[in-house]
Write a protein that binds this ligand. Structure first.
Ligand code: C5P
Length: 398
């Protein structure tokens, strides 16, 4: 999403304040916002707050010499990667549906050559009126995307559909719309993350310190690059990235079954810290401490190797990437692992420090071409750069 720009049109509605929060969330994702504030919109939020959050000049007047001198309305409507209308009022919807262009917002909507995403917000009776329904159908037919409205109590006291979608939902819809033009558009990605838990009895399990952060960041980056992404996650306590299809599993065997069911995919990234072993029998009831203090012996058996199984299986993704979390001889072990598991790339990292659970990572990318040492960066940056490398590889091979 880094480097993308949206043109935000803020219409006149009480929910315009939510658009400010949305701008902030977009900025943290590296999305730049240029904004047009309609006359009615300026009754609800000020140009100053919008400009403080976007860090840009706010446009509002079609016939302003200064606005036109800085960026003409045609250029304004086309310089962005996506046009977002939030809140989209009945008036803005009607204008766009019928090709009216009598102010800057409607002119920009008519002049744009980019996708338009609308987040409607209006009173429930207005939303359900015949003309708004008709306009919505016309807009959808013209390819306009919609997010919301949601159901609930409205500012006017009435109840029903008409509330503007929440900022997080609109951000997710924006990401999805922007990623449709990303380098991995049309491709599918399967990512695993987190630990697995192997039950000893109903209250105990064998697991590890994996937080899932790196795998989640990779899934998010692949989704942002346009891939339809499935994330199969062991038990973790972090929020799933919006726009990614999440499936939760507990054990390694469940993870294998979920991965196989999610295939085929163009790329597999096995970032999960799968437990190599599991207790051969999971007791049905809690194992009790015996009176004579005999310590129970837990016999371990090997778990299936998910990476090796998929890499050698009938639905092998075009690019298979494994991880090697090592505490000693990181690169040597990882190079051997690449051959043993049949992976195309291995991402090796030294987990003797605080990588597990931390926000930063220093990785080595091991491929057929040799070993690349990447500098220390955030897990999210690793995700973004890895997604770019994956896109390069898959597109080169396509
Ligand atoms: O052999 P090791 O566990 O170090 O290998 C790590 C890589 O193999 C990771 O990509 C991990 O997700 C994968 N793996 C697996 N199934 C296992 C163990 C590890 O897919 N049972």
């Amino acid at each position: 999403m880094l480097g993308k720009t949206i043109l935000l049109i803020v219409g006149g509605g009480i929910s315009a304040y939510k658009s400010l929060e949305m701008v902030r969330a977009l900025a943290t994702r590296g999305v730049r916002t240029r904004a047009i504030l309609t006359k009615a919109g300026a009754e609800f939020v000020t140009p100053l707050s919008l400009s403080a959050l976007t860090g840009e000049k706010i446009y509002s007047d079609l016939f302003s010499l200064t606005d036109e001198a800085e960026m003409g309305h045609i250029q304004l409507s086309r310089s962005a990667d996506l046009v977002v209308v939030a809140p989209a009022t009945a008036d803005l919807m009607a204008k766009m549906a019928n090709g009216l262009a009598n102010d800057l917002a409607s002119t920009a909507l008519l002049a744009t050559d980019k996708k338009v995403l609308m987040a409607p917000a209006m009173n429930v009776r207005m939303w359900e009126s015949a003309s708004v329904k008709r306009n919505r159908a016309l807009l959808e037919k013209d390819g306009v995307l919609f997010v919301g409205p949601g159901d609930g109590e409205m500012a006017c006291g009435e109840f029903g559909p008409g509330r503007m979608a929440e900022p997080a939902e609109i951000v997710a819809a924006i990401e999805q719309a922007l990623s449709a033009s990303g380098p991995l558009a049309g491709m599918t990605a399967l990512v695993t993350a987190g630990p697995t838990r192997e039950p000893v009895d109903p209250v105990r399990f064998l697991a590890n310190h994996s937080s899932g952060k790196q795998g989640y960041a990779i899934a998010e980056a692949l989704m942002r690059a346009g891939a339809a992404t499935t994330l199969i996650s062991g038990p973790v306590s972090i929020a799933p990235p919006q726009g990614v299809k999440l499936q939760r599993v507990t054990t390694a065997r469940e993870m294998l079954a979920a991965c196989e069911a999610a295939l085929p995919a163009d790329v597999l990234v096995m970032a999960a810290a799968v437990s190599d072993w599991r207790p051969d029998i999971a007791a049905n009831s809690k194992i009790k401490k015996s009176v004579d203090r005999v310590v129970p012996l837990i016999k371990l058996v090997e778990n299936p190797d998910i990476l090796a199984t998929i890499a050698g299986g009938p639905h092998r993704p075009r690019l298979v990437i494994g991880f090697a979390a090592e505490t000693d001889d990181v690169v040597t072990n990882a190079v051997a692992k690449r051959g043993r598991k049949g992976a195309d790339w291995i991402i090796a990292n030294d987990v003797s420090g605080d990588v597990m659970g931390g926000d930063r990572n220093r990785i080595h990318l091991i491929s057929e071409a040799g070993t690349e040492d990447w500098p220390d960066m955030t897990k999210s940056e690793v995700g973004t750069q890895l997604a770019a490398r994956i896109a390069q590889k898959l597109k080169g091979a396509a």
